[in-house]
Design a protein around this ligand. Sequence first.
Ligand SMILES: O=C(O)c1ccccc1N[C@@H]1O[C@H](COP(=O)(O)O)[C@@H](O)[C@H]1O
Length: 219
Amino acid sequence: MVLDTKICGLKTTEALDAAVKGGASHVGFIFFPKSPRHVTPQEAAKLRAHSGGKAKAVAVTVDADDMVLDAIVKTMQPDMLQLHGTESPERVAEVKRRYRLPVMKAFAIHDQADLARIAPYRGIADRFLFDAKAPAGSRLPGGNGVRFDWNLLAGLDAGIDYMLSGGLNAANIGDALRLVKPSAIDISSGVESAPGVKDTRLIEEFFKVVDATRNERAA
Ligand SMILES: O=C(O)c1ccccc1N[C@@H]1O[C@H](COP(=O)(O)O)[C@@H](O)[C@H]1O
């Protein structure tokens, strides 16, 4: 079974190399100035070039306007856009049209009502990303290392293509993948030694568990 894996919030070639070596299908770059993982379009372009196309480059933005997206798309040339704010279905459709890129729409999940909110985006977003709600007082809509109740996903329509995200790490990814069957997983702070500082040893450890669980799923 194919399981895409995205390592998000990359800022250095060392961390990027570890992600690619581990088998990441996607690598994510954060364009959100309040984040400790924020990169400029120029920095992301250099990292993307360094990866040599071995993983799809995802640009993560939060309610970005066309001017911001124009600069990112022109400079970095991502393979996919992750919209991690409160973008409406109309805005998602507009972004897809304007940039001719696949779009992954992120949702903050706490209960079933949050999952129901994806309905108007079906057929518009190419993929969904389910993250936890940001804790009170957090300056970030994602990258908070917080998980949500994965049981909520058990009854989800099997045709929904989603990336599981939020508080994943080497210690819990095995349990997550035994409980739910996402087409993809996404991790950021779970492979960091401090906010915004990726740890290559933690990236390696994460992939070891993912590979072991993937083999379990295939058996
Ligand atoms: O990581 C950030 O700083 C960030 C900022 C703004 C929007 C999204 C961000 N990260 C996304 O958050 C999730 C989960 O992160 P974590 O594994 O819980 O730390 C991931 O999708 C990142 O793309």
